[in-house]
Design a protein around this ligand. Structure first.
Ligand code: CMP
Length: 140
């Protein structure tokens, strides 16, 4: 298995409920290391660009408005098989389908307010990391 980096966002529903530490602990307990982290309020342009792959989906506007509704924490996570491991610890997109013990099962409020985002492929991880971090801001 390869050492990988993936991109994570702790979403506004989680920061609003002061769950940044609780979410990060779940990630770290799964063997992922936080090698870059920044709390930011996304602009509409940033959120639109980040989710542009979903631009034609019916939930796009609600997603952009939710993601700009409060602070988020953008992170780079590193570890063995980090992309799949992060998706495993996040749980299913819809918290109603998420396995017990996953972040979304424990913390998410709804499919929109689902507490975390994680890259779904190595290619997207690279693109998403590059939207928010330069190489010298990532300290492994
Ligand atoms: P995320 O992993 O950040 O990627 C896109 C987000 O769109 C997703 O999490 C959900 O929060 C949100 N979303 C809302 N409705 C849907 C849907 N029907 N299918 C997938 N994602 C959805």
């Amino acid at each position: 298995m390869a050492m990988e980096r993936t991109f994570s966002i702790i979403k506004p529903d989680a920061t609003r409920r002061n769950l940044t530490g609780a979410v990060t602990k779940k990630l770290e307990d799964a063997g992922l290391s936080v090698v870059a982290s920044r709390r930011v309020k996304l602009t509409e342009a940033q959120a639109k660009k980040f989710y542009e792959v979903h631009a034609e989906r019916p939930f796009y506007n609600d997603l952009v408005s939710f993601m700009t509704s409060g602070p988020v924490v953008v992170q780079v996570l590193e570890g063995e098989n980090a992309i799949a491991k992060n998706r495993e610890v996040m749980g299913a997109t819809n918290p109603a389908d998420a396995d017990a013990g996953t972040i979304r099962a424990e913390f998410a409020e709804s499919i929109d307010a689902n507490s975390v985002h994680g890259s779904d492929s190595a290619e997207n991880a690279q693109i998403e990391i590059a939207q928010f971090f330069t190489e010298d801001e990532i300290v492994g």
